[in-house]
Design a protein around this ligand. Sequence first.
Ligand code: ZN
Length: 118
Amino acid sequence: MLRAHKYNRPSSTQTINYRPKTPELQDMFRQYGEAYRNKYKLPPHILKTMRAIENCRTSVMGGHVDICNDCGVSRISYNSCRNRHCPKCQSLAKEKWIDGTEGKLAEHWLFPHRFHYS
Ligand SMILES: [Zn+2]
């Protein structure tokens, strides 16, 4: 069933999201992280990871400008945390890794053995 959602008319640079946003780990950390940290004593490496995930791709991390080499169009993006536990950063790293293998791994999984018949 489709639902209508109210939205402000986007400017020419905004992305239109018709679907409600699926909650992410970052949303949960941002909403409940501070209370959780106040209630439980966490080791420093966990605190560092939680803060990285909370701030990933936000103004806290700063930003950069991407410029298309072909048409010159520019886009401003927030920087990533690059923490190995961050779902946002790891999904991008996974896609780059899969692209880098050029399908060799998928081929290996589908056809793990190559037999030559003569
Ligand atoms: Zn991240």
